[in-house]
Write a protein that binds this ligand. Structure first.
Ligand code: SF4
Ligand code: SF4
Length: 272
């Protein structure tokens, strides 16, 4: 691993813009399924909360992920971060996520780990993540109001029980808030992704920013909706660059904003 003036804990190209040209990350697609149904998601594609929608990836086993990681590191020695960001949710079947981190940690004690999730089911695994040396977590929070949230998430399944409508969105929000509290209490660096859906949550995202700031979240990534065919928002015009900039400027009063997200694929590798 190369070294220079940037401290090790800041060598994450997404969380620290100064690292984006020097250090790379690799996404390991080990999470096949999802425990919620976002209204803008096509389940045959990668999770749209973190990845560029419209791309389908093969899913790797934890052992396959280790092999891929070793292979990528040989070609790109500036890789500093191994992350799991789909193609579904990392905690729908947490065993794959945790086993992948465990295997890589055995071989690469110095590598940083990050994980993205919708936050529904990360709570029971926060201590495990910490013990495995995961330090960066992204949670997608599109709403902090169950009424608005219910327009964005259609169902949630937790502990074998299925929730729909406002019950699903209330549950998701409560789980996300308690997850963020738990993560911050153990010293994780936490980013929140918020997908902006015009006519649904574009005005609400400032409330999201304010509440996330009060929970100690470190960074916010406002992402424009990418309308996918055959979804509820297929005909919604995505927010323009200007709108996104304006929203980031306003939300920036509460939380630092990410401006360089590339919406990578769930198997992306290299510098951003
Ligand atoms: Fe799709 Fe939402 Fe699940 Fe991501 S969290 S895979 S966008 S339903
Ligand atoms: Fe970083 Fe955004 Fe790519 Fe995730 S999708 S690895 S946050 S640039």
């Amino acid at each position: 691993m190369i070294s220079n003036g940037i401290p090790k804990q800041e060598r994450h190209p997404c969380f620290f813009a100064k690292s984006k040209k020097k250090y790379g990350r690799v996404h390991l697609p080990v999470a096949p399924s999802c425990n919620i149904a976002c209204a803008y998601c096509r389940r045959d594609y990668d999770c749209a909360n973190e990845n560029r929608p419209g791309v389908t990836r093969e899913v790797l086993s934890p052992r396959g992920a280790l092999e891929r990681f070793q292979h990528v590191l040989e070609r790109m020695p500036n890789i500093c971060v191994a992350g799991i960001a789909g193609p579904g949710d990392a905690f729908c079947h947490p065993e794959s996520t945790l086993t992948t981190f465990e295997l890589i940690r055995k071989h690469f004690p110095d590598i940083s780990f990050c994980v993205s999730s919708n936050g529904l089911n990360i709570n029971p695994y926060i201590r495990d993540l910490h013990d495995l040396g995961v330090r960066f977590v992204t949670i997608t929070v599109n709403a902090v109001d169950p009424g608005i949230g219910s327009l964005l998430v259609r169902q949630a399944v937790l502990d074998g029980k299925r929730y729909t409508g406002k019950a699903a969105s209330s549950l998701l929000i409560a789980q996300q808030i308690s997850a963020i509290e738990g993560l911050k209490s153990l010293g994780f660096t936490v980013k929140v992704n918020t997908v902006i859906v015009p006519g649904v949550n574009e005005d609400h995202c400032l409330f999201v920013a304010k509440q996330m700031a009060s929970l100690g979240v470190d960074l916010m990534n406002l992402l424009p909706l990418i309308p996918l065919a055959k979804t509820e928002f297929a005909h919604v015009d995505p927010p323009s660059r200007r709108q996104i900039k304006k929203l980031r400027d306003s939300a920036g009063r509460y939380l630092p904003q990410m401006h360089h997200c590339q919406r990578c694929r769930s198997d992306a590798a290299g510098c951003l």
